[in-house]
Write a protein that binds this ligand. Sequence first.
Ligand code: HEM
Length: 497
Amino acid sequence: MDFANLPMDLKEIKLFNVGILIVATLVVAKILSSLFMSGSKKNLPPVVKAWPLLGGLARFMKGPIIMLREEYPKLGSVFTVNLVNKKITFFIGPEVSSHFFKAPETDLSQQEVYQFNVPTFGPGVVFDVDYSVRQEQFRFFTESLRVTKLKGYVEQMVSEAEDYFSKWGESGEVDLKYELEHLIILTASRCLLGQEVRDQLFDDVSALFHDLDAGMLPISVIFPYLPIPAHRRRDHARKKLAQIFARIIASRKQTGKCENDMLQCFIDSKYKDGRPTTELEVTGLLIAALFAGQHTSSITSVWTGAYLLKNKQFLSGVVDEQKNLMKKHGGKIDHDILSEMDTLHRCIKEALRLHPPLIMLLRSSHTDFDVTTKEGKEYHIPKGHIVATSPAFANRLPHIYKNPDSYDPDRFGPDREEDKAAGAFSYISFGGGRHGCLGEPFAYLQIKAIWSHLLRNFEFELVSPFPEIDWNAMVVGVKGNVMVRYKRRKLVPGDDL
Ligand code: HEM
């Protein structure tokens, strides 16, 4: 436009029009941008209120469950907490968590968020390898935990329990937590790591496991390689264990000795391309199995005992069940007989509902996705968020479980089935979906083998106050001692309690 050749009043009109156009464009742009902005903001989940920068982290570190208890009533089932440069978005309840459990690895992955396990499990296994290799390694786990294998493991569990408790006196007082922890390390070692390691447990090996364990601190989750003494001891223990396993594997291969344990399954496992597992991989996978299954099972067996001793009506229910099974099968205990112990199963399951040892499950999101809450609110979750769910919190939702804080194993009975009524992912102590626990049957068999033996051979009384939760542990467990008084008895069918 050539303004110079226009008469003065026309120039003014044109200028005025251009001005109007510019202003109008700016206004429209502003309206559009604010519409667009408010649209995307509206769809993002609500954010936990906290002081800028470190506020979110501080609230999270005070205790994730405390934060969830405070925020869920205010913000609902999907919300985000800002942790410095990361956003964690929580999905609480079966209505919103199905994507969490079912999404493929390309959408939600474990590798980044569970990296802190790598120095403990070692190189070349689980979270140190690509998903395709990890999937194959999980296949090795699945195969080593098949029913045919479990049947053999049960024989070992039963004989370890008999042997362990034969050392107790006629009567006495013990710390149930200490006793069950020790028995479970023995049975887990025997079934998973092999008789050779189990026999060395009371020598150097138990100290090495202790160091490996003590190297997994809350700080290790963020800084797994921080040069602190606990990490140095962890690394030393890891190396020593690798040497011990290398010797055992070599000797099994040399002698052709074949055992029924997870170690043997891993030695015999082959990748799809025909490659056998290396000694380092076998060691790493066994350590991973021990970490997945040892504390989780021993904590659950302690809670089960504490609740049974506190709630006499449930105690008599499980004792009656033992009597009935003894009437049917005599004193024998095997895989199939343990599988008949439905009442005991429900008592363990309920202890585990109230006290899942893994209180938070995490994934890293690689794609945007949307979620709709049960109230019909839609949220958009951008890629890059860490997504989380919490068995400890979600297992106590009052719209799923009646009186959620009370111990009531009958809620799982055939007439109530509260965990099923609300749909999949209502009970998540073992996770679920794509990465559901592979050791669940093993864990139940182990805990049942122990409690079945205890119920048949001892009477108990809880001496210390009912235990509290130790929230500070990585695998959340029982705080302090759990003192019980015991007296030997021989349960016979027809006996009164
Ligand atoms: C009471 C005992 C146990 C509890 C409460 C428990 C809990 C869990 C949970 C919550 C997960 C899911 C983790 C996630 O989604 O991020 C999981 C996965 C797993 N558990 Fe267990 N577990 C127990 C015992 C065991 C035992 C005894 C073993 C093996 C002997 C085992 C092996 C595994 C494995 C291999 C996975 C990974 C599965 C995958 O990612 O595909 N667990 N467990």
